[in-house]
Design a protein around this ligand. Structure first.
Ligand SMILES: *Cc1c(COP(=O)(O)O)cnc(C)c1O
Length: 408
């Protein structure tokens, strides 16, 4: 059966783009990077017109994938959508290792096995629409994989730079999905500097986190989905593993747009930005009460996806966390690994380390009395646990000898 979300043209409502720091306006339907102030651009919509043209019941009657939200997304022409099947991800109770009101939004089920697919499916569609033919990106792994998959699918050339200790499986999946991938002896912002140099020379378009406007719009769908899944309310707390913060910023934007549509009220979840204690620039800035985060030196953590020493959207993350009454929290690698192990052994759900970080943070928040067990909490498992190293399992039986079956 053809999915009408992917075959039917629908009205679109983008009016302009806006600098997230200064509010300066930028024209829609043009290729943009950062604003002239060097900050991310946000896409703005004619929300009253959306409200008039999209009754909630019409939305609810559509198949529940990412493209049901077309009116709230920037892609104008259906033919620019390069889909690999962006499903609505399920909410999985984590009763034993989490608690009675803990749900995991399991993003590992998306194409390329991570929530980077949400951002990149949108950014690539817009790049295609705007005539981009060559893209470069720094990545800790999953973003590069999603970019490679979607860009290859529509014939856009991609060059990807990753830290040289990026998990082997990520480097290989990027390569096999058609990108040229290079390992760099440095961290993600060092890779970003190389991408920036080539972009300045006009060699390629810079797809770094938040340096093009549309990844936020893709990640925003996490917030839209949560609202729909919670029956047009929202959970009381969200624990989000924060690297560049695209998802946290996107969800915060989604809630605002939904309120303007009249689909949710003014209540918001407390947003908990979760980082690893070996790389916690946002947590440090949060604790110091400042608006921007300094670069974190010598960043190191098992949770590669949140090893981001410097985020261009730092002030947007901090604002959302503070406005929501949430916190920025750091958790150590041992707590992260323990959480991954517990979720797998007690609840049968294999989390990625970054997802494990959200469970570790939830437990810490519980211990500190920042959250009550009765409150609904959503943890983001941002990638499939299958991409990451697992403890060895080497037990054997010799079928040529007597096996003590009862002892197995
Ligand atoms: C990218 C990534 C993150 C961080 O997401 P942001 O929205 O950029 O903060 C967390 N975990 C994994 C597995 C990732 O790939």
């Amino acid at each position: 059966m053809l999915n009408p979300n992917l075959t039917t043209d629908r009205p679109t409502f983008v009016t302009h783009l806006e600098c997230s720091l200064t509010g300066e306006r930028y024209e829609a339907d043009r290729l943009h990077g950062l604003s002239s102030a060097g900050r991310p651009l946000l896409v703005r919509y004619d929300l009253p017109a959306i409200k008039a043209s999209l009754p909630k019941a019409m939305l609810e009657a559509r198949p529940t994938d990412l493209w049901r939200w077309r009116e709230l997304l920037p892609v104008r022409r259906t033919s620019d959508i390069v889909s690999l099947g962006e499903i609505e991800t399920p909410l999985i109770p984590l009763t034993r290792s989490g608690g009675p009101n803990v749900l995991v939004k399991d993003e590992g089920r998306l194409p390329t096995g991570s929530f980077k697919a949400r951002g990149l499916v949108m950014a690539v569609a817009m790049a295609k629409a705007l005539g981009v033919t060559k893209i470069a990106m720094p990545t800790n792994g999953n973003a590069g994989a999603a970019l490679a998959a979607y860009a290859t699918r529509c014939g856009i050339e991609t060059i990807v730079f990753c830290p040289d200790d990026t998990p082997e499986i990520n480097v290989r999946e990027i390569a096999v999905q058609g990108a040229r991938v290079y390992r760099v002896n440095g961290l993600i912002d060092d890779c970003g500097a190389i991408v920036g140099r080539g972009a300045a020379q006009g060699l390629w378009f810079d797809f770094s986190t938040l340096k093009e406007p549309y990844r936020i719009e893709g990640k925003k769908t996490m917030g839209l989905e949560l609202a729909a899944q919670f029956g047009w309310q929202l959970p009381q707390a969200i624990f989000y593993p924060t690297g560049g913060g695209t998802g946290l910023i996107g969800m915060w934007k989604a809630f605002d747009e939904l309120e303007q549509l009249g689909w949710i009220g003014p209540e918001r979840p407390r947003m908990y930005a979760v980082q690893a204690s070996g790389c916690a620039p946002i947590v440090r800035a949060f604790d110091e009460g400042v608006e921007h985060a300094e670069r974190w030196e010598d960043a190191a953590t098992v949770a590669a996806g949140i090893r981001v020493p410097k985020a261009v959207g730092d002030f947007l993350i901090l604002r959302a966390v503070r406005e929501s009454g949430g916190k920025a929290m750091a958790v150590g690698d041992p707590a992260i690994l323990q959480a991954v192990d517990d979720a797998a052994k007690k609840d049968g759900l294999l989390l990625c380390p970054e997802g494990g970080a959200t469970l570790a943070a939830y437990r810490e928040a519980l211990r500190l009395g920042w959250i009550d067990e009765d409150e609904s909490a959503v943890l983001f498992n941002c990638a499939t646990g299958l991409k990451y190293p697992m403890p060895p399992a080497n037990a054997k039986v010799d079928r040529h000898t007597e096996i003590d079956l009862a002892a197995l």
